[in-house]
Design a protein around this ligand. Structure first.
Ligand SMILES: [Zn+2]
Length: 112
């Protein structure tokens, strides 16, 4: 017989009910937040857990060139010079990129 006085590690029924009642943040709301942050002048804005046209990518803060393209957890484009600058306008990204840049194609589709 189950002792209801003891805490349960996982209550499947309650969890399913919670998920069914959860109201997810809409694409429109996340897109609006993205644009507000961009208009406010933030450099690196990301929208996660949803397919967003720009929310997974990294753009040059100076010229808006796409320097890191992402699709989910995959890199689709890495366009940063060896000196850690934007290849289009030369803006230095040295203070924003920590570590080394690995442009090997095998890393374009790695999970991090
Ligand atoms: Zn640039």
């Amino acid at each position: 017989m189950r002792d209801e006085s003891k805490p349960k590690l996982f209550d499947f029924q309650t969890s399913v009910e919670y998920l069914e009642e959860t109201v997810w943040t809409s694409y429109e709301t996340l897109d609006r937040a993205y644009n507000i942050a961009k208009d406010a002048g933030l450099y690196y804005i990301y929208v996660g857990n949803i397919q967003h046209e720009h929310g997974g990518n990294t753009f040059c803060p100076n010229c808006n060139h796409l320097i890191l393209g992402r699709a989910g957890y995959r890199f689709t484009k890495i366009d940063v010079s060896e000196e850690k600058s934007c290849p289009k306008c030369g803006y230095s990204l040295k203070n924003d990129i920590i570590g080394e840049i690995n442009k090997k194609p095998s890393n374009h589709f790695a999970f991090f």
